[in-house]
Every structure is written in structure tokens, then in C-alpha cells.
Write a protein that binds this ligand. Structure first.
Ligand code: NI
Length: 178
């Protein structure tokens, strides 16, 4: 089950689909969540959403810990009480090479279900808040580059083309890929 999952890459239209709520909390769901965590760790990402591996259900996995030992599984996640505003430097496993800064809510209350279907409410801040917002966007067919004006995107693409030629890095700052 779920043996050959691959991360879909922009501009694959399948990334634009709206994911369906999870209604059945069975063993298969756990297998998929574990598989997604494995792919996320292998890819050095801090988050992954099911539609990125071509599964259109509302399931995301996240680990923002330094030691990469705090996996979180959020099913049917919903943002409640968003507040504040923060600059977020982001990349995405489905949008290779593009790194840019967008605005996100600083704090959110997250309502979600765990693998048994139990509902939880959790206050999330900092990187965790940002990462979860990015992943929930994937469930709605939205990508972080959608927040970037076209002119800026074109500039970023040119920069990437140039940096490939020069074999240099795109940006010196630390960017987490989600
Ligand atoms: Ni992403």
C-alpha cells in the first residue's frame, strides 16, 4: 500500500485540486501518514500535505523540531482565531528552487483530528504556525507562490537561471522547505 508515492512538482495541475475531508480513520490512513513522514524526512522538508503525494484527502504531517524527532499528524486541520502577522521565508517540496518571503499569521488555534478521529485544539506559534498554514494551503490547492506578485516571480526565476549558470546558491538565508 502506498509503495510508490512521489512528490508532485509544480506546475502539475493535480496540486490544484481541493482535498476531501477524512471520514474513515482506519489502518490505511496510518500507513499513508507514516509513509508521508518518511518521504518528508528523506526530502529534508518540515511538512508535507497528502495532495503533494497525489492523495486528495485532508491530511498533513509536520516536524519543525531541530532534532527531527517530533512528528505531528494533523487530520482535517482547521485554522481558528488567526492573529498577528509575520514574514515567512518559504520553499516547498513541490516547487523546487523557488524561495521567497511572504506574510503569514503569527499565531493560530488549530482544530484537528488525530489518527483515531479524536478532535484536538492546539495553540500554534512561530514556525509551527507558519508550516501548518502552508500545508493547509496545499489541501485547498494553493501554493505559496500564489502569494507572490507575477513580476517578483519572474525576477526569482531569472535569478535561479542565472545562479544555475554560475553554480552559486540562490539565497544565503536559512529557508525551511515545507
Ligand atoms: Ni509545500
Amino acid at each position: 500500500m502506498f509503495e510508490n508515492l512521489e512528490i508532485l512538482q509544480f506546475p502539475d495541475e493535480r496540486l490544484r485540486r481541493l482535498s476531501e475531508p477524512v471520514e474513515t480513520f482506519n489502518a490505511e490512513l496510518k500507513v499513508l501518514a507514516d509513509k508521508m513522514l518518511e518521504i518528508m524526512y528523506q526530502s529534508n522538508g518540515i511538512g508535507l500535505a497528502a495532495p503533494q503525494v497525489n492523495q486528495t484527502i485532508r491530511l498533513i504531517v509536520v516536524d519543525v523540531s531541530e532534532d527531527r524527532n517530533t512528528p505531528c499528524i494533523f487530520i482535517n486541520p482547521k485554522i481558528k482565531k488567526p492573529s498577528g502577522s509575520v514574514d515567512s521565508s518559504e520553499g516547498c517540496l513541490s516547487v523546487p528552487e523557488i524561495r521567497t518571503t511572504i506574510r503569514r499569521y503569527e499565531n493560530i488555534m488549530l482544530e484537528y483530528q488525530d489518527l483515531s478521529g479524536t478532535i484536538h485544539n492546539e495553540q500554534l506559534d512561530d514556525l509551527m504556525s507558519i508550516c501548518v498554514q502552508h500545508e493547509i494551503d496545499h489541501l485547498d490547492g494553493k501554493l505559496f507562490i500564489d502569494y507572490v506578485p507575477d513580476v517578483k516571480l519572474q525576477r526569482l526565476r531569472k535569478k535561479i537561471a542565472k545562479s544555475k549558470k554560475n553554480q552559486s546558491t540562490i539565497e544565503g538565508t536559512t529557508v525551511r522547505v515545507v
